[in-house]
Structures are given as structure tokens and as C-alpha cells.
Design a protein around this ligand. Sequence first.
Ligand SMILES: C[S@@+](CC[C@H](N)C(=O)[O-])C[C@H]1O[C@@H](n2cnc3c(N)ncnc32)[C@H](O)[C@@H]1O
Length: 295
Amino acid sequence: MPAAADHDRFFARRRWMRTVLAGGGTLALPALAQSMDRPLDVPFVPTSDETVDRMLRMAGVGPKDYVIDLGSGDGRIVITAAKQFGATGFGVELNTERWKLSLRNAEKEGVSDRATFYQRDLFETDLSKATVLTMYLLPAVNLKLRPRILALRPGTRVVSHDFDMAEWMPDARADRSWTRVYLWIVPARVEGEWSWKQAVGRGAPEFTMELRQQFQVISGSVRIDNEPYWLTDARLRGDEISFTVIGDAGGVRIRHEYSGRVAGDAIKGTVRMVNGDNAAPQSAPWTVVRVPKKP
Ligand SMILES: C[S@@+](CC[C@H](N)C(=O)[O-])C[C@H]1O[C@@H](n2cnc3c(N)ncnc32)[C@H](O)[C@@H]1O
């Protein structure tokens, strides 16, 4: 728990953030929150050390990660990611004083080689190196960033302090009495038609699958040699997909549990098959390709 003084300060800042939000965000920012360089999109309210730790733990940050903090303030998130979790990364901050402070803080903590800071607009920042993106921004800013975040490499983890991304539901959420941390895993794009051949009994019929997708939530239908089957338990987490196909194939009851990784227009993985009521399960490699859209 933070000390009482921290707690009071934190509430005061949060009240201020709420006032800004109630006024509609950017347009209502008080003069205090203006950068010398250009108006800020978000006021400076630092994340408490305890919440920084929680954000990085929720994202599972480790030495292989590249962390980008959008609106990095005094640099605490990237510095902690480097110093305590062994990660590398950078932060971008518009405000000159805070940008300089973050460089000094990284130096003081001995992590300047792995925690870099740029004075840059977060909307003009290339995010492609991120394996983890951290944000303490505002709902409207999160929403504006959302299409760019969804275009990042599938599996990229995104953690946001206090603010969500509207109808893109988080994959996890942790609430403490006065803060909330959201985690999203950027989903692979799987909507559309896929097809593969799979041995069932003596034949190798053609499977076609139509997937619908709303962010990480997927559902769909499967046909085997053009006959409809059940598709259940469809899950997508980053580039990892799994689902089960159940039905009756030419008198043989089948249950196929598929799991694999999406890589562009292909999915590679394994299938665990039970073909027939008393049959022993068999495992086999499984490859599926995307059916090109008809012009
Ligand atoms: C709420 S603070 C969060 C600071 C830090 N990430 C943390 O969690 O402690 C938001 C920061 O974003 C910066 N900021 C606002 N608009 C920005 C923009 N367009 N580009 C870069 N930084 C911006 C502000 O100066 C402020 O330091």
C-alpha cells in the first residue's frame, strides 16, 4: 500500500484527471497541462510505483521484451521495465522538462543503454518494435490509437492504466481500490474462409471454415465436403487459435480438436482426432490456408 501522503496526492491527481475528462479531454486541459512545445493530449499524472509494477507483471515483461510507453512522463515505466524486468525500450514525451527528467532518471538508475526517451508526439511514433505497449492516456486518445494498435504484430501485449478501449474488451483486468489496469493481447486477423484436408476413416475430405471475428472473439462454421458440422470452443489469443469440430462424417462420429498458430494466410498446428465412438485419439500435424476472397 502507498504511504498516506502518496495516497492523498494520488487522489488529488486523479480528481484533476477526472475534471479534465469531464470537460471532454484535450479541449478542456487547464493551462498547467500545456507543454511549451504544443498542447498536450493528456495531462501529467504519474502512475504509482505499485501500479507500474502491476502493469509490467500483467504484461509478463521479461528480458526479451521491447517496451514502448506512450506519454512517458518522468520515464518511470520504461526505467522500471529495464531495471527490474531486464527489458529494453523507449518512451515518448512531448513536454521538454519531463523528457529531460526521464533521461536524467534513466542515467541515475544506470539503465540509459536500455531505457531511451525521445521528445516526440505519441501519434507520430513508430510502434512496430513493441512487444509490450504501455499507456496512461485518456479514453479518446486510446480510441484514436486503437486501429494502429490492432495492426501491431499479433501477440503484442498492451497495458493501460485506468482507461479502456471501448468495445475492444480486455483479455484481463486487475482492479485495486483506486486504480484499474487493463491488458489486451493484439489478436491475429483470422476473419474469412479457410480450408484444409483431413483424414477421416479411409477418406480425406475437404474442410472449409468460415470465421467471424470481433477483436479477439471468434466464432464460425465448418463444412466437411460441403456438409455442415459444429464448430465449438473457438478461441484466439494473439496468434494462437484453437477450436473443436464435432459431427457425423459418413456414419463416423468425429471430434477434432485443433490448435495452432496463425502466420498471415496459414495456420500450422496439430489436431487431436477421435474418429468413431470407441476409437482411440490420434494426433496429427495440421495446416490450413486462407481461401482468397472472391473479387
Ligand atoms: C498521464 S501521464 C503518464 C506518464 C507516465 N506514462 C506514467 O504512467 O507515469 C501522460 C503523459 O503524456 C504526455 N503527453 C501528452 N500528450 C502527448 C503527446 N501527444 N505525445 C507525447 N506525450 C504526450 C504528458 O506530458 C504526460 O507526461
